[in-house]
Design a protein around this ligand. Sequence first.
Ligand code: HGY
Ligand code: MN
Ligand code: MN
Length: 416
Amino acid sequence: MAAPGENLRINSARLWDSLMEMARIGPGVAGGNNRQTLTDADNEGRHLFRGWCEAAGMTMGVDTMGNMFFTRPGADPDALPVYMGSHLDTQPTGGKYDGVLGVLGALEVVRSLNDLGVKTRHPIVVTNWTNEEGARFAPAMLASGVFAGIHTEEYAKARRDLDGMVFGEELARIGWVGDEVTGARKMHAMFELHIEQGPILEAEGKDIGVVTHGQGLWWLEITLTGKDAHTGSTPMHMRVNAGLGMARITERVHQIAMSHQPNAVGAVGQVKVFPNSRNVIPGKVVFTVDIRSPEQAKLDAMKAEVIRAAHAVAAELGLGCSIEEVGHFDPVTFDPGLVAAVRGAAERLGYSHMDIVSGAGHDACWINRVAPTTMIMCPCVDGLSHNEAEEISPEWAAVGTDVLLHAVLETAEVVA
Ligand code: HGY
Ligand code: MN
Ligand code: MN
């Protein structure tokens, strides 16, 4: 069905101004952002976003996990709302657009509907999901995971960061514990606009990624225990070196991912070495293995091979080895009807597009469990993300948000 008002476009300059203003909150050290979840910077960004949404005539609801929902009324108050959104929290060395484009792009859709005087039958809700990144409090997509019934609120609120701070206490400290039961809201549909965070769209010269699937993920936190000892006076044959074990397992993770090409990735991104002193052989290392694939069989095989390799390396070196599953979701298939609405909008607007699988995890991956959900992607420069140099063009931001506008209009049903 053709979307009404095919000539409708969002206000690109206003969207870009909002992205740049939000980027000034929680600045990084190299032009990006460090606006980690539940920090004072996150709180500041939440208040800026709230002010913008209320100025656009929307009313706020907040749930017990701090997820923020802003509602634009529809002609039929009994119709389930059409949601769109993403996350405002960033990596410690994050970019200005990861998550933020999806939240502020959704706000721009509402601002544009207001400008154009367009009414919809279904209400529309703009959303900011708490702690998508999982950088400070693992796992990623924590609050959308509680919303979708994947995690209990008790588990989520007990999560600790590297300094031992507790999620629930930090959420209360910044004043964002809402009164809505997390997960009580029902959705007609959910759209998430996001930068690709990979190189495919730019390399293929496509402005829009029609996201059909999301790859699955395991985060395995491995703890190796050996023996602290002097790096100078301890003979090599007497060492019980947890750091060496971590290095060997990291190499095995890479080899396992390479053995499952194409469509498999693996790395170790977070390592805590104890006592982390230059002249002490580490007696303990805690590190997280991140493995992913869009193919269930490959994901399962890689997990089994990593666990086997970790125990084998630990045995070779006389190390203790424990493994905790701190993050997981199976490969995701997004709603075919909504995927078609995104593809149709891109075609009608004359934007170049291609089907794509999301390499990164997103809140949409969990919300897909409880409501029809899909994603829209725009390119990013060199596919770079989770890096302060992350960059997109104003044109890419506008094109992605135009497609979001038209896919949402088709789904929320325009009324005269
Ligand atoms: O880890 C991820 O894929 C997401 O960026 N949190
Ligand atoms: Mn993201
Ligand atoms: Mn991210």
